[in-house]
Design a protein around this ligand. Sequence first.
Ligand SMILES: NC(=O)c1ccc[n+]([C@@H]2O[C@H](COP(=O)([O-])OP(=O)(O)OC[C@H]3O[C@@H](n4cnc5c(N)ncnc54)[C@H](O)[C@@H]3O)[C@@H](O)[C@H]2O)c1
Length: 360
Amino acid sequence: MSMEKSKRRLVRLAIIGTGGMARTHAKSFQAIRGAKLVAIAEPDIGRRTAFALEFGVPAAFASTRELLARADFDAVSIVTPDAFHAETSIACLRAGKHVLCEKPLALNHRDALRMVKAARAAGTINMVNFSYRNWPCIHAVAELIARGDLGTIVHVEANYLQTWLTSKVWGDWHTTPAWLWRLSKRHGSNGVLGDIGVHIVDFATYPVGGIRKVYAQLKAFPKAPRDRIGEYVLDANDSAVLNVEFANGALGTIHTTRWSSGHANRLFLKISGTKGAVEIDSERSVDSFRLCAGKDLDAVKWTEVKAKPTPNIYQRFITSIRTGRQDQPDFARGAAVQQVLDACFASDAADRPVRLKARR
Ligand SMILES: NC(=O)c1ccc[n+]([C@@H]2O[C@H](COP(=O)([O-])OP(=O)(O)OC[C@H]3O[C@@H](n4cnc5c(N)ncnc54)[C@H](O)[C@@H]3O)[C@@H](O)[C@H]2O)c1
């Protein structure tokens, strides 16, 4: 097949789980020439019907099992709540599908490794939706650090702040299932750390490298009478502070919370090296970053640096399928981040630093 033809080759997609985030998947795939949404699986009949109608999907099923048995497609996006990512991905990989799975890849490192193994056995494309990789600034910063422009990295500050527990910025969490399951361990949530901590750990370690030691404190603050609303026990952490040591010896703090009034969805990353520093603040720009290095060091002057555009993860996934070349972030990367999260839970439970066995 010529390069031009392979660029356009039809990729037939299914989406599993059609709640809030699935809309982003559907819209993003529909914006890609030759990517066609042909089927969905969703247990809730109301959401299933409305989604199929809105996005013109010809086949809609109540379960993954039915979807795999009855629909003809090449690739799948898994957008269920976190607890279903591992088994759903493994079932789809065993059926020979390419899989884009939502973050967090799994609920623990062991399950994430089972997913990596299934992906290797299938030999299909596998990616995890660390969606802030869609921002040009993070790739530009990773390249600059890899070139050595900041010297040796010594210090990192990273945070991811949301406010939906103190505001109605994204609706009323007290009555919205998509927010309530995120607050409940029994509903398969690993709290703010599993939900968005996973993003900020990826965001910090992608340019700086892996983490070899972590000391974590996690908290679930009181938010409802008897910490319960209906079937939801509100016991999952909603604030997390990590003190970390990176594989290269750099020290860092990473924190995340759902209680940060005034910030709907802010990612911040400052990386300091022996020759300079960079800063990303998503509330300022995601297409550029600030740099203080070289002749600007003595004047402590910061310059805004524009980053070149980057394909989003949906585009990377389709391109990988068409070319057969696995792009990042893949399941192995998702598992590596999951390992850091496991270490955070172990550290919090034991109230001591925990060393990680392997890093990537
Ligand atoms: N990458 C990102 O930036 C980003 C942003 C938001 C959400 N997410 C992730 O997307 C996933 C879904 O989040 P959401 O906010 O859309 O949640 P949601 O609750 O709005 O939607 C989940 C949907 O999955 C359905 N579902 C439940 N069990 C299922 C099963 N076994 N098979 C098929 N469907 C099932 C539910 O009925 C619901 O419609 C989560 O894992 C979340 O972490 C990622």
